[in-house]
Design a protein around this ligand. Structure first.
Ligand code: T1G
Length: 717
């Protein structure tokens, strides 16, 4: 029998400890156990106050998202309803004190707010992240939160979904005391103090002084909606969260809760909720590698050495320093080293200016980065990351050098975005210690880390890379060693298709507008200009040998390259840029495209935004289906995580593979076949896509089958 709520007493104070590892989610049975424990404590005449605390590393991290997943897909018994547990807590006649450590998120904070008082450890994080799952708080949080922290703060917490730390929660009135040291002892003492004060417990539902009025709060709500539209483009839930908080101001508590419930149910029934809940679990699944058990030994990365202080090397150095790791940063010449360090300093200064962290933190991080022109100290490094220019010859020379210097258990990694890891590993005496760590620019910001597993890469090294990613606050996705790995291998046909679309009649700005309306963080031409048209051109040249003989190739990029239009860095690329790097459409580019198309005999026509989105997304999905069947990605969900965390794919669409499932694989495949008829065999549907479409299957069901098969196989080993 699960003991979800363990009841003990310390003299006149009852202590209820929630036990549902790993994060004390409100899974079925947990609310009921808490209600039962409360009832027992309520009846015990010796008990004058009650403390509720989380067992293990955290307070309650919310409702059980697995239950929400069932509800969102119309399976299970519908979305959980916590009204009874909340009322039981609030209506307890003895003061109930919530003791928070780790996290109190979503339903966890809602349970805490139903308590009469809240105390927390200084490091605790409290918030309403439901919008990250495409839903709104559904346990009366939108009604209690504004009563505790005021309407504006409640709107911000629910629209941003970002948790706050306990000291700020104290300032806002969300908690009543910070407890340094032993949280339980402090909470019990606090509860006893409250009991000594006597009087009826303070019910949050009755606290109305911070609600203001419909008139007073109107500007807060419109600002909240603007914030939602700006920071959460195309997402429903943040706007509905504002509606629910508005109900808290305009309606009595119980009616406000009913309104919240209606809005909550609208959200959980949406495609966006299904997509975002998929993304939540997909991001956690990427760390599960079938043939690398959880307890695989990992090398302890305490010191990192980086070769190359350019854009990538500098960003990687910052990511390491931000995680508290000392970094040796090597360049070949002083000028390049000075440039790299100046960029790092400028980036940190911008963060200090924006109030992201203090000057003191900046100084600490700069002090962790040791610029140098030699390999001194590289023999002590636990990991060496090569981030030099993208040339196989240069990388082979560097790996030959570090192979002679590095200590035996040092992980040797390359930040190559496209080159063959096996070839690089082969020049060393320890190919098992070689791995690809493909960071994304800016490397101190982008969450994705493609972990490229070579033929010889040891399992401990893969496990070490996953742990290293987590240490840097990144999402490590293990991918196979094919040209462009997963992300760039899909990006290439996407880029190519976008260029064909402008040759056939669209404009770069029309393509980018259609893509951003679809939800992409940036249009593909804006991305090309940011990354550099020269870089894009070199990558195209690098991959040309992979194209089938006679295959159609894009024509304009080469012309832009030879015109020196490298994008933002030269003030002109597909767009023209002002001194603030603001893009404007460039008639010169339009003319160049029209002339190029005419000379190539390409017939131009009006192109719809739908066609732009279909060709851009379906060409990626088709390539990803090939990547899956060739085994270069473990799951379709991994592909989704790559595009969600590294390529600005809209989270509310769940990633390219989930999006394909939402459209329906038969429809996607049939449309691809139409494009094949119109544009040639580059559009030939991938065999896996054909098979799943014919069987009425999805990429999600393919993942489930494969995960099950792999687990079975791993269990046999
Ligand atoms: N439900 C079910 N499983 C959960 C879970 C949850 N709420 N949170 C985490 N897990 C699992 C996760 O899948 C993983 O499993 C393991 O726990 C460790 O998680 C009514 C409706 C708490 C900050 O959105 O943000 O309440 O992979 O790897 O990095 O209004 O987990 O090991 O099998 O992420 O230390 C609102 C979600 C729900 C919080 C810990 N709550 N969780 O991070 O560990 S909606 C959330 C997190 C809600 C109410 C509504 C993080 C964390 P596995 P992890 P971590």
């Amino acid at each position: 029998m699960n003991n979800f709520a363990d009841l003990t007493t310390q003299n006149d104070v009852a202590i209820i400890t929630i036990n549902n590892p790993p994060v004390n989610a409100l899974s079925p049975g947990v609310p009921q156990a808490l209600v039962a424990a409360l009832a027992t404590a309520e009846k015990d005449p010796a008990v004058r106050a009650i403390v509720v605390i989380g067992g293990g590393r955290t307070f309650i991290a919310g409702a059980d998202i697995k239950e929400l997943e069932l509800a969102a897909s119309g399976r299970g018994s519908g979305p959980p309803d916590f009204h009874r547990i909340l009322a039981s807590i609030e209506d307890t006649s003895k003061p109930v004190v919530m003791a928070i450590h780790g996290t109190a998120l979503g339903g966890g904070n809602e349970v805490a707010m139903a308590g009469h008082y809240r105390v927390a450890a200084p490091g605790a994080q409290i918030g309403q992240p439901e919008v990250n799952l495409g839903i709104i708080p559904g346990a009366e949080g939108t009604q209690r939160l504004p009563r505790l922290v005021g309407v504006a703060a409640a709107v911000d917490l629910c629209v941003s979904g970002k948790p706050i730390r306990a000291p700020e929660a104290l300032k806002l009135g969300l908690i009543d005391r910070l407890i340094e040291g032993d949280l339980l002892a402090g909470a019990v003492a606090f509860a006893r103090e409250i009991a000594d004060r006597g009087g009826a417990p303070r019910k949050t539902r009755e606290l109305n002084d911070k609600l203001g009025s419909e008139f007073v709060d109107a500007s807060i709500f419109s600002a909240g909606r603007d914030q939602a539209r700006k920071t959460r483009r195309n997402m429903l839930a943040p706007l509905k969260a504002v509606d629910a908080i508005e109900a808290a101001v305009n309606l009595p508590f119980d009616e406000g809760c009913k309104r919240e419930r209606e809005l909550f149910e609208e959200c959980i029934a949406s495609d966006q909720a299904r997509a975002l809940i998929h993304a939540f679990f997909a991001e956690r699944a990427v760390a599960k590698i079938p043939d690398i058990p959880k307890d695989t030994a990992v090398y302890n990365i305490r010191q990192v050495a980086i070769i190359g202080a350019g854009t990538m090397g500098g960003g990687i150095a910052m990511a390491c320093a931000n995680a508290g790791l000392p970094v040796l940063l090597k360049e070949v010449e002083q000028a390049a080293l000075d440039r790299g360090l100046a960029t790092i300093r400028k980036n940190y200064e911008n963060s200090v200016k924006k109030g992201r962290f203090s000057q003191e933190i900046m100084d600490q991080r700069m002090a962790l980065i040791h610029p140098q022109l030699t390999y001194d100290g590289f023999d002590q490094a636990d990991a060496i990351i090569e981030a030099a220019f993208e040339s196989m010859e240069l990388k082979k020379r560097i790996f030959g050098e570090i192979d002679k210097i590095a200590k035996p258990d040092c992980v040797l990694a390359s930040n190559t975005s496209s080159l063959d890891i096996d070839q690089i590993a082969a020049v060393t005496s320890r190919p098992g210690m070689v791995i690809g760590l493909h960071f994304f620019s800016p490397a101190n910001v982008m969450r994705l880390l493609e972990i490229v597993r070579g033929k010889a890469t040891g399992k401990e090294v893969v496990a070490t890379a996953l742990a290293f990613a987590k240490k840097l606050g990144k999402v490590g996705v293990v991918v196979g060693n094919c040209p462009g790995f997963v992300g760039n291998r899909m990006l290439l046909p996407y880029m190519r298709e976008a260029q064909f679309l402008v040759e056939e009649g669209a404009t770069p700005e029309q393509v980018d507008r259609a893509l951003t309306n679809f939800g992409m963080a940036m249009g593909i031409f804006a991305v090309d200009d940011m990354a550099g048209v020269d870089v894009g051109y070199r990558v195209h040249q690098e991959y040309k040998h992979l194209e089938k003989p006679g295959a159609r190739l894009p024509l304009v990029l080469e012309k832009l390259f030879h015109l020196g239009r490298y994008g933002q860095k030269t003030g002109a690329g597909w767009y023209r840029y002002d001194e603030n790097r603001k893009p404007t459409a460039d008639p010169e580019v339009h003319a160049l495209i029209e002339k190029t198309a005419r000379e190539a005999g390409i017939e131009r026509r009006a192109i719809t935004d739908d066609e732009i989105v279909e060709r851009s997304m379906y060409v990626m999905i088709n390539e990803a289906a090939k990547i899956l069947e060739e085994g270069y990605a473990l799951r379709a969900a991994d592909v989704d995580v790559v595009y969600l965390t590294g390529y600005g794919f809209p989270a509310h669409r769940g990633g390219p593979m989930w999006f394909a499932d939402t459209v329906g694989l038969k429809k996607v495949r049939d449309r691809i076949a139409e494009f094949q008829a119109q544009h040639g065999d580059a559009w030939k549907p991938a065999p896996l896509l054909d098979k799943l479409a014919d069987q009425g299957e999805t990429f999600a069901s393919w993942d489930a089958q494969h995960d099950a098969a792999r687990e079975q196989a791993a269990a046999m080993v």
